[in-house]
Design a protein around this ligand. Structure first.
Ligand code: ADP
Ligand code: MG
Length: 212
């Protein structure tokens, strides 16, 4: 499949300008196949190796759909580790540079709770975090997901390997059933099929090779 430029899909001019300034000229295969599905509001399972550009695939989808007039959490990205959550948040902030007033908040274990609670009081559009800490904020009532539009499970295979299945299920239970759910994974073991069956609704499946 030949690589298509980002302007083939319907993204805000601010996003397209920023992609050009980042030297993101053409879509990677996982972006090319996933973005139209995400922008159509469908659930998605995307499998692609590390480095295939999965973050921008869901990141551009979240930013295109973002309503920055509301400070309720609209998108939640679950990641297996703090390092990965920080990388995802950094990439989302880079992608969002030209959209005004976008708040991306990371909520991970191993960090003090107090400052996270303070940040949550100010509101955020996109939360990126690890399942244990997100579940803890839900239990405390410091995070509410009643207005969530999109749930992303990033590196879902690693989240399951690390024993986060119950935390993920508890988090999903706190989200509206009308949400869009997007699952990204490098591998596709049986356990993913099971969790996908519980969380996703008639997902479109995308499977691609690595970016060379
Ligand atoms: P994955 O999550 O699939 O492992 P990442 O989202 O971390 O991959 O992306 C890998 C690298 O590719 C990052 O450095 C990112 O900035 C870069 N990248 C992503 N999409 C593009 C693109 N369309 N053009 C150029 N570079 C890209
Ligand atoms: Mg990734």
């Amino acid at each position: 499949m030949s690589q298509q430029p980002f302007d083939r899909i319907n993204l805000k001019p601010e996003l397209l300008e920023n992609l050009a300034s980042l030297d993101y000229i053409s879509m990677t295969p996982v972006q090319q196949e996933s973005l139209p599905v995400i922008l159509a509001g469908k659930d998605l399972i995307a499998q692609g190796k590390t480095g295939s550009g999965k973050t921008a695939a869901f990141g551009l989808g979240l930013l295109q759909q973002l309503d920055n007039t509301s400070f309720q959490v609209q998108s939640l990205v679950l990641c297996p580790t703090r390092e990965l959550a920080d990388q995802v948040a950094q990439e989302l902030r880079r992608l969002a540079r030209q959209i005004s007033n976008v708040k991306v908040l990371t909520l991970c274990g191993g960090m003090p709770l107090g400052p996270q609670i303070g940040s949550l009081e100010h509101g955020a559009h996109i939360v990126v975090g690890t399942p244990g800490r997100i579940e803890e904020h839900l239990r405390k009532g410091t995070l509410r997901l009643g207005r969530l539009r999109t749930l992303v499970l990033d590196e879902a295979d690693r989240m399951l390997e690390m024993g986060f299945q119950e935390a993920v299920d508890a988090i999903v239970a706190a989200t509206p059933s009308s949400r869009q759910s997007l699952l990204f994974s490098a591998t596709y073991p049986k356990a993913i099929e099971a969790i996908a069956g519980r969380i996703l609704r008639q997902p479109v499946r995308v499977q691609v090779e690595a970016l060379h």
